[in-house]
Design a protein around this ligand. Structure first.
Ligand SMILES: *Cc1c(COP(=O)(O)O)cnc(C)c1O
Length: 232
């Protein structure tokens, strides 16, 4: 039965192969180990195996685990953030992948001013247009980013998207390609505090086409933490 260490080794091989196919290297792609519902001892095992980035969907769950997980990794918020949790989130997370509205951006700015912090973030884009998904629509992205560029405490490093579930990951390659093209378009605008060096896209089922289309951060849960002993 594969262990977390085995899973990570296999994942690294696949990521490296996909990176090479797109003319990049393994080191150019960051693995965000998605640990929602994963207990702290398994997170420690993943960190011990060399993973340096933890992704959580919920502020509260991350807060209680961060107290017991060994210090060292960077913590990423990958799930939707409610404005009333902005204050807590900016202290807890090194990176927020899910900025998706002007109201949230403004709340983050206000809380960051109060705490004298800078927020490193991505803007989440709903490329697929699925009603169940958060994210700004592609046609609203530039106007949102122009507004966000006036917020002195927010540094936008790129874009994030979640592709729809697909049996065959090739089906969602166009989603990843569109995110990259959007980032290229935004980059040309040279907005203050907005750069497009990071693309957070790809999960366990679809990270290979995501990397081939330019992902710099892949958010991987089940491919790391599903071991032989799990039932789900
Ligand atoms: C759960 C989750 C992931 C990881 O999904 P897996 O299929 O387990 O790799 C990635 N991104 C987000 C936003 C998630 O909520």
């Amino acid at each position: 039965m594969p262990s977390i260490e085995d899973n990570i080794a296999l994942l690294r091989d696949k990521i490296e192969a996909a990176a090479v196919r797109s003319g990049r290297r393994l080191e150019d792609i960051r693995i965000i180990a998605v640990t929602k519902t994963v207990p702290a001892d398994k997170i420690d095992a993943a960190v011990a195996a060399g993973l340096e980035h933890i992704g959580e969907s919920r502020v509260q769950e991350a807060a209680s685990k961060k107290e017991i997980v060994a210090p060292g990794p960077m913590w990423h918020l990958i799930g939707h953030l409610q404005r009333n949790k902005a204050k807590h989130a900016i202290r807890l997370f090194d990176f927020i992948h899910s900025v998706d509205s002007w109201r949230l951006a403004r709340a983050l700015q206000r809380r960051a001013e109060e705490a004298d912090l800078t927020v490193n973030c991505l803007v989440q884009v709903n490329i697929s247009g699925e009603k169940t998904k958060y994210g700004v629509s592609p046609d609203q992205l530039v106007s949102l980013l122009k507004k966000i560029s006036s917020l002195s405490r927010l540094n936008v490093h790129g874009l994030m998207t979640i592709a729809p579930y697909a049996e065959d990951p090739e089906e969602v390659r166009p989603i990843f390609r569109q995110l990259r093209q959007l980032a290229e378009r935004v980059d040309k605008l040279a907005l203050p505090r907005i750069c497009m060096q990071e693309l957070s896209m790809g999960m366990s089922g679809d990270f290979e086409p995501a990397i081939e289309e330019g992902a710099t951060m892949v958010r991987i849960g089940s491919a790391i933490f599903k071991t032989g002993l799990d039932v789900n």
